[in-house]
Structures are given as structure tokens and as C-alpha cells.
Design a protein around this ligand. Sequence first.
Ligand code: 5GP
Length: 209
Amino acid sequence: MNRGILIVLSGFSGAGKGTLMKELMKTYDNYALSISMTTRNPRPGEVDGREYFFSTRETFEEKIAQNGLIEYAEYCGNYYGTPRDYVEEQLAKGKDVILEIEIQGMRKVKQMFPEMLPLFVTPPSAAELERRLRGRGTETEEVIKSRLMRAAGEADGVEDYEYIVINDDLQTCVSQIHGIVQAAKSATARNTQLIHDIRKEIGDLSKGE
Ligand code: 5GP
């Protein structure tokens, strides 16, 4: 069985990534969504082990020390990281694994897995971004300001991503992401083994072996 590909999905806080991922998982069965570990407090409605594994700083730092995270970053005063085991297991099973992480994490993942697919999702406008952040109704003014500042910083790094998608209409965006993933899986750069095998077989045939 073919190994799955690793997809990193980033986007400004308030881009609607959570909703997009839920819909993508519901619509297609080739994806596995990695659940990150974080030291931030759960928002109302978030469940430990579903949106995140919520942890103390101490437990998080132990996990770092055990090399149990593929990457981690600090974002607006909290740690966020990707547990290693789940990602490795799902890739080996042939699943396309999605990491919904921010830009520093994406850069670290790219160093380790150069063939990974980095996608950036953005709301249709800055005004819509602010409206979604506030509409959540769970964040203090200070947190909203800090996230908007962070978004301004991340906007500078968008070119590090291979694709950008606009999350205006949910279904359109979900099928666009799926289309990009399917196309990326056929990229020659992600099929070096297949190309090697074809060359070898043809070479053998042409020599009459
Ligand atoms: P939020 O607090 O809104 O759930 O997430 C804040 C930011 O942290 C988002 O940009 C999200 O993509 C990012 N994030 C979530 N999990 C991880 C992770 O495991 N690693 C990194 N580097 N960023 C993460």
C-alpha cells in the first residue's frame, strides 16, 4: 500500500480551519486529522482528545524532552505541538494526514518532510477575519488583538505555502482542498519511487530481460 502524504493546513486564526477540517473529514475517507497538544485553556464546547489534548506546561515540556512531538511552537503565549506516533501510524496506513498548525510549525515540518503539501487558508477579507474572531464570542479583547497582530505577521509568510484557498463558501473550499491534494499526490516530485520503478522495468524490458 502507498504511504499517505502529509498536508499542513495553516491560516489566520478565524479563517474557519476547524469547520473546514470537520467537513473535509465527513466528506472524504482518505484523511486523518492529527490532534495537537496545547497548553491553552479549552474554549467552551471543546473536548479533551477531540479538538486538542489539553495539557499543563510541565506535561508539554516532558513530551518535548521525550522527542514525542514532530514539531512545536509558541503561539500567543501558549505551546502547541504535533504528537509524533499518530502521524507516523496513519501515514503508514496510507492515510493523508492533515496537520492544522501555524507557520513556524509548517517550516519545521518542511525541513523533516520536504515532500509535504503546505496549504494556506484565508477568509475572503480582513473585515471578515475580524468578524469571525469576534463572532466566536469566547475570546477577550486582549486575545483578539494578539491574534490579529499575529495574523498580520503570518500574512508575510504566505508565499512559503504551495497553495492558497479562500474560505468563503464552505463546500466550495472543501472540494477545492480535496482537488489540490489529489493533484499534489500525482506530482512527479512526490512519486520518485514510482518513477524509479517504471524506469527500471522499462530498462529491463528494452534489454529483453
Ligand atoms: P487556536 O488556539 O486558535 O486553536 O490555535 C492557534 C494557532 O495554533 C492556530 O494557528 C493553529 O493552527 C495553531 N496550532 C494548533 N496546533 C498546533 C500544533 O500542533 N503546532 C503548531 N505549530 N501550531 C498549532
